[in-house]
Design a protein around this ligand. Structure first.
Ligand code: HEM
Ligand SMILES: *[C@@H]1O[C@H](CO)[C@@H](O)[C@H](O)[C@H]1NC(C)=O
Length: 529
């Protein structure tokens, strides 16, 4: 019946490229009738009456139809979810409903471990959202928002065993160094008059330059990276589920959103196609030994692989490249932004860190960059960055998982039906008093002297990269960029706030992501001693 309504709708609205639909009374009536009919049908067809299950975690009552939609789309979901878990589930877990879907959010390290370790396999899937089909390359071909399958396992292996190996990252360290040099000289050049810079923008442009060079060995032209960054931002803003993802008959309401997503996808595809085309031309011109063995080459070499287990189609290669852009640029830059703002608001920590860096690098030759090897000799830097990840995990609710079978957790206290969407609240884990003691909200890197917890997915108290089968495969690169950038920023500049600004303006933004609400503007003043 809803389909009949779609046909009506097509006839009323010219499906042009305008994003806005003018809602005539006739259209409203159609929508309303369809909604009522659809609702009745869904009540009848509702999959398994899980609401009646006694052991589903408790949570606030939902609204009719939409359920607890408001929790995720108002204010700060991570904080709200933490409060609800305290109220309804002993601080461990809260049970919700979106449309007809059971949803849980885990807020304690104990249950995070059960989900991501004990029952990792059951929760290895991702929910299927429609934007994955339009924005990305579909639920079955890429990584971030795709199904858990043998194909995904292969792609993940490609990341960890071929692209982001420690050896490759250290061989390609010179790329990061050259890009850092460019940034440092650019900041030196803008000294008169002293300008405030948007820290996140400097770093995300640099991260983009680095990523592009890792991929294709060659930088983009001048401003292409800023454009690409804007595009990634658009991608992020569109990568959110809508009601139609949970209530199937509402899907058709989103056709203009879907059209916009296709346009964003097309823009990415153009960039990626160009990279591949250039490489094919290069391959035709040059003898094979002169072609660089960069990420692009590793990926393209799979195109004609004789081993069917290694073979990738060109679509799949593009999907991987898109995921590298989607997953890698703003996570690193937002973390650096948080690190710099915490350091600027905690001068004691900044000074201690600077002393460590100067100590390792020596003060004679002031122009040499801090390298990865130096970073390995900076234990305080390591603690500072862990503390940043504890307070400001930039993917605060990780990426949601989907259960493939019914499962009992917390020693049988709760039971989650098949098809439960599970969020792990990494932000709340960093604020659990059970782990961190009473001074949870204080920025205090020294806490890691006693607490030997790291961020690599083995300690469920601190999960900025997630854990288990869907853990971030780009962690090594992400960590390398963050450490290296912060160390060099602190080595080369004193950072000041522009006149009249205070750091307290930087509270957490509302919404899904976790960048500061107002971006950090700071004036880099070259150090001279
Ligand atoms: C500071 C930097 C970064 C942070 C904090 C971060 C965080 C995360 C988190 C929390 C997840 C979800 C994990 C889960 O579901 O358990 C994830 C997934 C992912 N990240 Fe990262 N990430 C970072 C950098 C990168 C980089 C540099 C890349 C690639 C170039 C990358 C690529 C991916 C991909 C492809 C996935 C999807 C994995 C899957 O679904 O199997 N990330 N990341
Ligand atoms: C990125 O690389 C381009 C080309 O070399 C350069 O013009 C631009 O300034 C770089 N961006 C940053 C932030 O270093």
């Amino acid at each position: 019946m809803a389909e009949g309504a779609v046909v009506v709708l097509r006839n009323i609205i010219p499906l042009g490229d305008g994003d806005r639909v003018s809602m005539t009374p006739a259209l409203w009536a159609t929508v309303f009738v369809a909604a009522v009919i659809g609702y009745r049908i869904m009540l009848l067809l509702r999959p398994g009456r899980w609401r009646e299950w006694k052991k589903f975690p408790r949570g606030p009552p939902g609204r009719p139809l939409v359920g607890n939609w408001d929790v995720f789309f108002s204010g700060s979901p991570r904080q709200k979810l933490m409060e609800l878990a305290k109220q309804y589930g002993n601080g461990d877990i809260v049970g919700l409903r979106m449309g007809f879907r059971p949803v849980v959010c885990v807020c304690s390290s104990m249950l995070a471990k059960e989900l991501l370790h004990t029952h990792d396999k059951i929760f290895a899937n991702r929910p299927r959202y429609d934007f994955c089909q339009t924005l990305f390359y579909g639920y079955d071909s890429a990584v971030i928002f795709s199904r858990y399958s043998s194909h995904l396992i292969r792609l993940r292996k490609l990341f960890t065993l071929q692209l982001f190996t420690p050896k490759r990252l250290s061989d390609l360290q010179f790329i990061r160094q050259e890009e850092m040099r460019k940034v440092i000289s650019a900041l030196h050049r803008t000294q008169t008059p002293r300008l405030a810079h948007k820290v996140e923008k400097i770093v995300s442009d640099m991260a983009c330059n680095i990523t592009v060079r890792l991929l294709q060995s060659r930088a983009f032209e001048q401003d292409k990276c800023s454009e690409l960054n804007d595009l990634v931002r658009k991608l992020e803003h569109s990568s959110i589920p809508v009601l139609g993802d949970f209530i199937p008959w509402m899907k058709w309401l989103y056709f203009s959103k879907r059209a916009r997503e296709r346009r964003i996808h097309k823009e990415f595809e153009d960039v990626i196609d160009k990279m591949i085309l250039d490489r094919h031309q290069l391959l035709r011109r040059c003898p094979p030994e002169e072609v660089p063995t960069d990420f692009l080459q590793v990926l393209l070499s799979k195109e004609g692989d004789e081993n069917p287990d290694e073979l990738l189609t060109i679509e799949e290669i593009k999907a991987v490249i898109l995921d590298i852009f989607a997953g890698g640029l703003h996570t690193s830059s937002a973390t650096v932004e948080w690190a710099m703002s915490e350091l600027m608001s905690n001068p004691r920590v900044m000074e201690k860190l600077r002393a460590e860096i100067d100590n390792v690098k020596g003060l004679e030759d002031k122009s040499t960059l801090v390298t990865d090897e130096d970073v390995g000799r900076m234990p305080y830097l390591e603690k500072v960055i862990r503390e940043v990840f504890r307070l400001h995990p930039v993917v605060p609710l990780l990426v949601p998982r989907l259960s493939t079978q019914e499962v009992e957790i917390a020693g049988g206290e709760y039971s989650l039906p098949q098809g439960t969407i599970a969020y792990v609240n990494a932000w709340a884990l960093g604020r659990e008093e059970r782990t961190w003691g009473p001074r949870v909200s204080e920025f205090w890197p020294e806490r890691f002297q006693e607490q030997c917890l790291d961020v690599k997915g083995q300690h469920f108290e601190l999960l900025p990269f997630g854990s288990g089968r869907r853990m971030c495969p780009g962690m090594r690169l992400g960590l390398a960029i963050v450490h290296f950038t912060v160390a060099n920023f602190v080595r080369f500049f004193e950072w000041q706030l522009p006149h009249g600004r205070s750091i307290t303006e930087l509270s957490e933004s509302v919404g899904r992501g976790n960048s500061p609400s107002t971006s950090l503007h700071a004036i880099p003043i070259p150090r001279r001693e």
